[in-house]
Design a protein around this ligand. Structure first.
Ligand code: CO
Length: 141
């Protein structure tokens, strides 16, 4: 089950400039910055009420964010939904015909297990499913 609009991911070419801009816009600084080696990105997270904004910048030319910014201007890159059981949601979406970008969940930023749904099967929007690793572990107890 999808339980929450967890965050919106914004692709940015200059993380320091975007962090300054969003700090001004939101009136509060980020609560976390994190490098995600598997995606070759640096991320900066802001809390906005019960949701978050994730700024994502490439750290290598072959990063998915670098490729995204070759084709499009900076802006919304993905919409992330929190799920209560990521494997169950992946199976449900596969059965519904959605194309997932990984066989199983992978380790994402912000202590999450994540999976992405291909934009071609989701109305042109890259959709992220995420489940907090702490919640996952407590489910298993
Ligand atoms: Co994200």
């Amino acid at each position: 089950m999808l339980t929450n609009l967890e965050h919106i991911g914004l692709a940015v070419p200059d993380l320091a400039a975007a962090t300054a801009l969003y700090t001004s816009l939101l009136g509060v600084g980020p609560y976390k910055t994190e490098h995600v080696a598997s995606e070759a990105v640096d991320t900066v997270f802001f809390r906005v009420g019960g949701s978050k904004i994730e700024l994502v910048a490439a750290t290598a030319p072959d990063s998915p964010i670098a490729k995204f910014l070759e084709k499009r201007p900076a802006g919304i890159h993905h919409v992330a939904f929190e799920v209560d059981d990521i494997e169950a949601e992946m199976a449900r979406l596969r059965a519904e015909g959605f194309v997932l970008l990984s066989e199983g969940p992978t380790r994402g930023a912000d202590d999450k297990l994540v999976c992405f749904v291909h934009p071609k099967s989701a109305g042109g929007v890259l959709v992220e499913l995420c489940q907090s690793i702490a919640a996952k572990q407590s489910n298993c107890i």
